[in-house]
Write a new protein. Sequence first.
Length: 144
Amino acid sequence: MIKMQVIGNLGKDCVVNTVNGKNVINFTVAHTEKYKDSQGNLQEKTTWVDCAYWTDRTTVAQYLTKGKQVFVEGQPEARSFQRNDGTPGSSLSLRVREVQLLGGRSDSGSYQQNASAGSMAAPQSSSAAEVAGEAIPQSDDLPF
């Protein structure tokens, strides 16, 4: 399996869809890299990643809003296509296995959901877990 990890900001609010009776949360993550070219000029390159998070626990969707910084991990897929004007294009998508909120605009807490283990936690604020309707044990032996 190929695994990809991305830290970036959400380009817009997520959308929750149901496909063949299964829930999927779709969102886009932008990662911007800044560097100097050979002439010393500051350059900026943004890579957009289309994310599909197949999960029964869609409560995380309320936290996936435009501008939030997230960490996503999953299996990548690159696709090439032809635009309407005939020019070639490509896109990068990710089948998300794990998503974590890191921060961003008007962040009142952090929310984490691990898709493979099915666990949820609110390391900085219990309000996110309370909104999600999940009871989070307050113990020193938590895995994060």
